[in-house]
Design a protein around this ligand. Structure first.
Ligand code: COA
Ligand code: MG
Length: 293
């Protein structure tokens, strides 16, 4: 998944609009973009949209962001959306692997009640939204086979830390959020799931979004969340492997294949060893997922 577009689930107009925008996934939001008095409308909106859309062959992945484990709302959210069987839930304000195990148990019960196969619904966790969460980022590994990806958030974290801002005047994340971002990348690698970058809220600033996407790809993220349909094309472009990168990865794989038993090869005056094979294989897997090889 390169692009994942948030859509407030209580807004039918946006739900309809989101389908045609090219996002790899839609995140139907029941949490922070929905006012408390609109939660019921959002649950109904998400359930209705899932029922209409899941059977479409060309649909994006459908993920529901439920309210967090401490909200008192998550059970009602799951009761509303599990019967439709979304591809995944997004778990906000997660605090390590124990949160995923907790959500997994809630899903198991409801899947059984609905006659769905256990594990049908995956979990994407937002790993850095509370202060305790930062210290638990290393605990996702092995928590649940439902874990599909990890992402991170800076808005709730900045409120929790009592900070005045999370970005500097140029729009770059400040130190506490750079730490959270790095912890997300490391946590995802440790858990062997993709890392997805957080949202870019300045949604009319395409150059700023593009730069942030390029920095994210450089550092190991494989996709990014969006808040506006206008952000999707840029995200898809940056996270789709480019022909030159694909050719280079294929050359590395071919060079090792041509010299069986070699631990290291030279191509055009540059050394490549085992980690480069892993990187090349990962890039080719993404190219394959995008239908490019
Ligand atoms: N999904 C689907 N459609 C969206 C959308 C989204 N996330 N964001 C905007 N649109 C639609 C608008 O409804 C509008 O449709 P219209 O032309 O038929 O009226 C069109 O795209 C253009 O929108 P625009 O006027 O540029 O923006 P806006 O002021 O209406 O909306 C936001 C701005 C930020 C309120 C809106 O983008 C939004 O709700 N984003 C999602 C927020 C969210 O889910 N946050 C939680 C995660 S951080
Ligand atoms: Mg939030």
């Amino acid at each position: 998944m390169r692009s994942l577009l948030f859509v407030p689930a209580d807004q039918p107009g946006k739900l309809g609009k989101a389908l045609g925008c090219g996002a790899d996934a839609l995140i139907l939001d029941l949490e922070d973009s929905v006012a408390p008095e609109r939660k019921e409308a959002a649950r109904a909106g998400a359930a209705g949209f899932l029922a209409q859309t899941l059977s479409r062959p060309d649909r994006p992945r459908l993920i529901v962001r439920v309210n967090g484990l401490a909200s008192g709302l998550i059970d009602g959210d799951l009761d509303a959306v599990v019967p439709a069987c979304p591809d995944a839930i997004m778990l906000p304000k997660a605090e390590g692997g124990a949160s995923v195990v907790h959500a997994d148990a809630k899903l198991c019960v409801r899947e059984a009640l609905c006659g769905l196969a256990e594990g049908s619904i995956r979990i994407v966790a937002i790993a850095t939204e509370t202060a305790p969460a930062l210290f638990l980022a290393g605990t996702y590994r092995g928590a649940s086979t439902r874990l599909a990806a990890l992402t991170w958030g800076a808005e709730d974290l900045s409120a929790e830390l009592g900070a005045e801002a999370n970005r500097d005047a140029q729009g770059n994340f400040l130190d506490p959020y750079r730490l959270a971002r790095t912890l997300c990348i490391a946590a995802a690698a440790a858990a062997e799931v993709p890392a997805l970058d957080t949202v870019y809220v300045d949604f009319r600033n395409e150059p700023g979004l593009r730069r942030e996407c390029e920095e994210a790809r450089r550092d190991g993220f494989t996709g990014k969340m969006a808040i506006h349909p206008g952000q999707v094309a840029t995200i898809n472009d940056v996270f789709t492997p480019k022909p030159a990168a694909i050719a280079k990865a294929q050359a590395i794989i071919a060079a090792f294949a041509a010299t069986p038993g070699a631990g290291v090869v030279g191509i055009d005056g540059v050394m490549y060893d085992r980690p480069h094979i892993a990187k090349a294989e990962r890039l080719l897997a993404r190219a394959k997922a995008a239908g490019l090889v």
